[in-house]
Design a protein around this ligand. Structure first.
Ligand code: TZP
Ligand code: MG
Length: 216
C-alpha cells in the first residue's frame, strides 16, 4: 500500500483482545469506531486469552465490524489466522516472522507493521519491506508483560530528524493527555489499548484522540 495512504490510516490505531475488555469486545470496538478509530489490530494474547476456534470466532466477529465501517483489520502475530480470514494485514514484533518473509505469504496488497525499538531494528524493518513501524513503549504500560524499557519520544524524533519518513505510530501508555508530544515528535498516529478499552466511553476516548491527530 502507498505510504501516504497508510499514514492517514494510522491516526487513531486501536489494538485489543478479549483480555483488554471488561465488556464484550464487539461493543467496545463498535463504540470506538464511532468515535473515529482509523485502523484496528486484533491482539489476542496474554494470560487468559482465547485460543483455537474461540479466538477465530472472536476475530471474525471483530473483522465483520471493521468491514462494515471501512476500518482495516490487522492481526497481531498470528499469520495463519490473518491468511485464513483474509485480513487486511498483520503486525509483528521482533520475535515473530520477519517482514521480508511475510510479503510473499500475504500478497502485495496487505499491510505489514513491525514493532521496532532501536535504530537498527528500524533499518532492518524498512529493508524487509515493512509498511509502517510501531515505536515504543513511549510511556509506561501495563498492557504488555514483556514490554521493553520506556523510551519516550526520542527514537521517533531522531528518525524524523534523520529523514526517515516511513509511516509510524507511537505505542505504550498513550492517553489523550500525553499524546501530543508523540505526534509532535513526528508520529503519524497513536496506537492505543487501555486508554480506549478501559474508558467509560470508548467513543469519547477515540474522539479525543481523533481531535488531537487532526490538530497537532
Ligand atoms: N507494545 C508496546 S506497548 C504495548 C504494546 C502492545 C501495549 C500498549 O497498551 P496501552 O494500554 O495503550 O499502554
Ligand atoms: Mg509479536
Amino acid at each position: 500500500m502507498e505510504p501516504g495512504a497508510i499514514r492517514k490510516l494510522l491516526g487513531v490505531y486501536l489494538i485489543l483482545g478479549s483480555v483488554n475488555c471488561k465488556r464484550p469486545p464487539a461493543e467496545i470496538l463498535t463504540e470506538a469506531i464511532a468515535g473515529g478509530v482509523t485502523i484496528f489490530q486484533f491482539r489476542e494474547k496474554g494470560a487468559g486469552s482465547l485460543e483455537g476456534s474461540a479466538k477465530t470466532t472472536l476475530a471474525r466477529e471483530l473483522q465483520g465490524i471493521c468491514r462494515a465501517h471501512g476500518v482495516p483489520f490487522l492481526v497481531n502475530d498470528d499469520i495463519d489466522l490473518a491468511i485464513e480470514l483474509d485480513a487486511d494485514g498483520v503486525h509483528v514484533g521482533q520475535d515473530d516472522e520477519p517482514a521480508r518473509l511475510l510479503r510473499d505469504r500475504l500478497g502485495s496488497g496487505k499491510i505489514i507493521g513491525v514493532s521496532a525499538h532501536t535504530p537498527d531494528e528500524v533499518s532492518q524493518a524498512i529493508a524487509d519491506g515493512a509498511d509502517y513501524l510501531g515505536i515504543g513503549p513511549v510511556y509506561p504500560t501495563s498492557s504488555k508483560d514483556d514490554a521493553r524499557p520506556v523510551q519516550g519520544t526520542i527514537l521517533i524524533s531522531d528518525l524524523r530528524r534523520a529523514g526517515i519518513d516511513i509511516p509510524l505510530v507511537g505505542i505504550g501508555g498513550i492517553t489523550a493527555d500525553n499524546a501530543a508530544p508523540v505526534l509532535e515528535a513526528g508520529a503519524d498516529g497513536v496506537s492505543v489499548i487501555s486508554a480506549i478499552t478501559g474508558a467509560v466511553s470508548p467513543k469519547e476516548a477515540a474522539q479525543a484522540f481523533s481531535k488531537l491527530v487532526h490538530t497537532v
